[in-house]
Design a protein. Structure first.
Length: 576
């Protein structure tokens, strides 16, 4: 290293110091990032702070997905960072992913110096690697700031943390031109005091809902991601148990109610349980908590789907109320606050549930459950995922299960038994292939004592496969279950049902050897071609202190059942 060439940079720049101190003030312990020239001052400053860890991934998309999963498992905002231009544009999918799934993220991007910005000039760029990332992410962030001077920096960062976490959480981007990072203008600590006021339901509305609820005979709860985001799980379970309420969950709500709650009817939606849909159809009162009534969960207008029910919709995002489904009562409220007050409004009064209906609901549920148990050991997703779930539960192991997107994601939601100790981290709203592996990395950093297991398939796995290097570098015992069907299964299944089995672009017979690839990255890997090897390999996977991959060679034509058929009512599910 040439002494002279380096001496200039031995001085600490105030802009970078402000950023590091603000991150520390907001309790940040870890930043997922990929380097570049325009974030060098921040990286250099961070190298002097031993209480903040920087994890370098192999792609910016992986850095943001890791930060996203870290936020989901810790409840703290995730932080990621990338350089200007292509570094920033590589974050876009991850920003959209976090926005759709309400994940609080602080996204820091480097930018060209203020004097190199094109501003309103009609040119494509002025500075090298200049990209107007603030405009690009306008529709997928809660806020996006470009910091123009050191004076603004501290306040913008305080605001960013506040906005990311308040109300319905989401990503906030802070774009920091390199000259602001370098500025030496005398650092002064300033803090903005911002306090959140969570929305809550009025007393009169609560009483009205409580009266209506007490008069219902076939009440049902639809539980969404907002239950988890507002930490309302305990409050909800108390009300469910006290009133013997049946509950159906959206994909984002799957961690909200334990699978073993007797009247948990499982997932609603595209690959949801028949029991859940029949219960929705026949309910006379639906309490929708922290959900969007989106088209995957609730495909038809209210009349066709839940025509008989009085619908109460509780959400902290005003824009979601009466958006897809007109509720009979729309309530702008934090879900936990609502449930706490709703429980008091009931004043210990009991419902008079239609016992025959409840019996019917139990029967619907047991049909599905028995059908699931009836299968003999085969090399099927049901056997593999059911086996994994039972083994982890039997050993009392905490686990974070991450998935990618496709059939394997839906099988995981159907067959794995989630509860407070074993949770799902998945890409719900955007449905991002390539999310699962970096998400498992973020989850492992967030909950080091829990197993981090990525359930994936051959298509998605290859979208961020380079992150095996991050796993190896950090000696992370992340486990990978590859349900390898040699195809883009979910799309292939659509083609089978709707396009006369013309499998354009979806069969992947390249014969990739995933065991060799993983070994190339220094990760232990095994392939499984016989049903008899499934349980021994799963046991080995769970017991391993290091990262490990098992390539399960499942049948290419395995389908997700039951599944909703396009254009039909919700009952036209396959198999009939
Ligand atoms: C980034 C991205 N591109 C395309 C899609 C569309 N898509 C949804 S599922 C799927 C197939 C996924 O294949 P694989 O990961 O092998 O999972 P499998 O369905 O086989 O379990 C595709 C292409 C997507 N969701 N995300
Ligand atoms: Mg596949």
């Amino acid at each position: 290293m040439a002494g002279n060439a380096c001496s200039k940079y031995n001085m600490r720049s105030d802009g970078a110091r402000v950023i590091a101190r603000k991150l520390i003030k907001h309790g940040v312990k870890i930043i997922f990032e990929f380097p570049g020239g325009s974030i060098c001052p921040i990286l250099d400053e961070l190298s002097r702070h031993k209480n903040i860890r920087t994890v370098v991934t192999r792609h910016e998309q992986a850095a943001i997905h890791a930060a996203d999963a870290y936020a989901r498992v810790t409840g703290l905002p995730g932080v990621c960072m990338a350089t200007s231009g292509p570094g920033a544009s590589n974050l876009v999918t991850g920003i959209a992913n976090a926005y759709m799934d309400s994940v609080p993220l602080i996204v820091i991007t480097g930018q060209v110096a203020v004097w190199d910005l094109k501003k309103s000039r009609p040119v494509r760029q002025r500075g090298f690697q200049e990209l107007d990332i603030v405009s690009v992410v306008g529709s997928i962030t809660k806020a996006a700031f470009r910091v123009r001077s050191l004076t603004d920096l501290a306040g913008v960062l305080d605001k960013a943390f506040f906005i990311a976490c308040e109300g319905r959480p989401g990503p906030v981007l802070v774009d920091v031109p390199i000259n602001v990072q370098y500025t030496m203008a005398g650092y002064k600590e300033t803090d903005l005091a911002l306090r959140e006021k969570k929305p809550a339901c009025s007393g009169s509305a609560l009483n009205e809902i409580a009266e209506r609820f007490l008069r219902s005979r076939r009440p049902l709860v639809l539980s969404g991601g907002g239950v988890v985001l507002s930490s309302a799980e305990d409050e909800l379970l108390k009300i469910l148990k006290a009133n013997s309420l049946a509950v159906v969950q959206t994909l984002m709500g799957i961690n909200g109610v334990p699978s073993d709650y007797e009247l948990n009817l499982g997932l609603i939606g595209y690959a949801g349980s028949r029991a859940g849909e029949l219960a929705v159809k026949s309910a006379d009162f639906i309490l929708g908590l922290g959900l969007r009534f989106d088209n995957r969960a609730f495909p038809a207008a209210k009349k066709e789907f839940a025509g008989n029910a009085y619908i109460v919709h509780v959400d902290c995002d005003r824009a979601e109320l009466n958006h897809r489904v007109a509720a009979d009562k729309a309530v702008l409220s934090d879900v936990r606050l609502f449930l706490r007050d709703f429980n008091s409004a009931l004043k210990g009064r009991r419902l008079r549930i239609d016992e025959d209906w409840l019996e019917q609901v139990r029967e619907w549920k047991s049909e599905v459950h028995n059908a699931a148990l009836a299968r003999s050991p085969e090399l099927t997703p049901r056997f593999i995922l059911g086996g994994l779930s039972s083994l982890l539960a039997a050993q009392n192991r905490c686990a974070v299960i991450t998935t990618d997107v496709g059939q394997h994601q839906l099988w995981t939601a159907q067959y794995f038994r989630f509860d407070r100790d074993r949770i799902l981290v998945t890409s719900g709203g955007l449905g991002t292939m390539g999310f699962g592996l970096p998400a498992a990395i973020g989850a492992k950093f967030g909950r080091p004592k829990a197993e981090a297991i990525n359930i994936t398939s051959d298509g998605s796995f290859q979208m961020n496969i380079q992150e095996l290097a991050t796993i190896k570098d950090n000696r992370l015992p992340v486990k990978i279950i590859l349900l390898n069907n040699k195809c883009l299964g979910l799309v292939r299944q659509i083609q089978e049902f709707a396009f006369c089995a013309r499998y354009e672009s979806t069969r992947m017979n390249s014969g990739v050897d995933f065991v060799k690839i993983a070994s190339g990255y220094g990760i232990k890997a095994f392939s499984c071609k016989k049903s008899g090897d499934v349980l021994p390999l799963l046991k080995k996977l769970i017991a391993s202190k290091e990262s490990m991959l098992v390539d399960f060679r499942i049948n290419e034509f395995e389908n997700v059942y039951p599944v909703r058929v396009k254009g039909k009512t919700v009952y036209a599910k396959r198999p009939a």
